[in-house]
Design a protein around this ligand. Structure first.
Ligand code: SF4
Ligand code: SF4
Length: 78
């Protein structure tokens, strides 16, 4: 059976570090980076376990600044 995987792209330089996407993710795979600071001076959101993404796009819909893009790909079961 085919499953979906998501490829999440976050424009880190436009992120304001609000954390709403991290709270919206049902898989809890988004965190605010502790190490990085972006051009605006915020800790940007980053996907810490991209292989667990289910392409639900909750993060992209929740982001108030629309800086997240989710592409959905079909993953064939082995
Ligand atoms: S698409 Fe869904 S599972 Fe993937 S990072 Fe966004 S909220 Fe999480
Ligand atoms: S919801 Fe958007 S602005 Fe807020 S932390 Fe996530 S990517 Fe950054």
């Amino acid at each position: 059976m085919a499953k979906f995987i998501g490829i999440v792209t976050i424009n880190e330089n436009l992120c304001k570090g609000c954390g709403l996407c991290a709270r919206a993710c049902p898989k809890q795979i988004i965190e605010l980076s502790k190490e990085k600071i972006n051009a605006k001076g915020y800790h940007p959101a980053t996907v810490v376990r991209p292989e667990e993404c289910i392409a639900c796009a909750s993060c992209a819909k929740t982001c108030p600044d629309a800086v997240i893009r989710v592409e959905r790909e079909v993953k064939e079961e082995q």
